[in-house]
Design a protein around this ligand. Structure first.
Ligand code: HEC
Length: 200
């Protein structure tokens, strides 16, 4: 084969890869914008707080994605909606403010795309993080006690201390990472309508 022909083949393959992987992807989702909800005057998807933004990094660092996906599939390809994991499927626009955008694929545990609507209670989420068996005896979700400080119980209750004590002698005070992680979990909702994903 002549060297010029080989060069054209390599160049062609590179251009084809760029078009299929980068250009088509950008054309499909790169210019998506949030939608303004005229009733609440807020954007959809909602912009997460700074705390939730940091929580996304804690979620990634703690390996939650090893067992939990963040993507609800539609009724034609899964039973996600009947399992109650969401009220509609997730679409690319849902990930606009999620940096890094994590979808996950492992489903050892339930999908958490809509956990902020399913389990909004801060105390329950904190207790689940400390030890999931406090809320559900049979839970196989791993405990994350290192996200809490154990402070000796005294006359003074530490601000934000959990309502449960590990031994009666200590209070459990959420560390900054736990607060961020819970803010992130509470920010995970797909219960708003989008033009391409209306609520049924
Ligand atoms: C080894 C796998 C595994 C890892 C890692 C894991 N989980 Fe879980 N998680 C599960 C399983 C299985 C369940 C379902 C049992 C239950 O309800 O507790 C679950 C349940 C949950 C629930 C309750 C979901 C519901 O629908 O009520 C939340 C919230 C949750 N996990 C958060 C987390 C967070 C946050 C992390 C990371 C800090 C994490 N999990 C890491 C396996 C895991």
């Amino acid at each position: 084969m002549k060297p010029t022909r080989a060069l054209f083949i390599v160049l062609g393959a590179l251009i084809l890869t760029w078009v299929s992987q980068a250009a088509v992807g950008y054309w499909q989702v790169g210019r998506l914008e949030p939608v303004l909800n005229e009733e609440s005057n807020l954007t959809e998807p909602p912009v997460p707080s700074g705390l939730a933004h940091t929580g996304a990094r804690v979620f990634a660092a703690e390996g939650c994605l090893e067992c939990h996906s963040l993507s609800v599939r539609g009724p034609s390809s899964s039973a996600d909606l009947t399992r109650g994991w969401g009220v509609r499927r997730t679409v690319p626009r849902d990930y606009l403010f999620r940096e890094p955008a994590m979808t996950g694929f492992s489903r050892i545990g339930p999908d958490l795309s809509n956990i902020g609507a399913r389990l909004p209670d801060t105390e329950k989420l904190m207790q689940h993080l400390y030890d999931p068996r406090l809320l559900k005896k049979s839970s196989t979700c791993p405990p994350h006690p290192w996200l809490f400080r154990k402070v000796p119980a005294g006359p003074r209750t530490e601000p934000g201390a959990l309502k449960v004590s590990p031994d009666g002698w200590h209070q459990l005070v959420p560390a900054y990472q736990a607060k961020c992680l819970v803010a992130y979990l509470q920010s995970l909702t797909v219960n708003y309508a989008l033009p391409e994903a209306p609520l049924k």
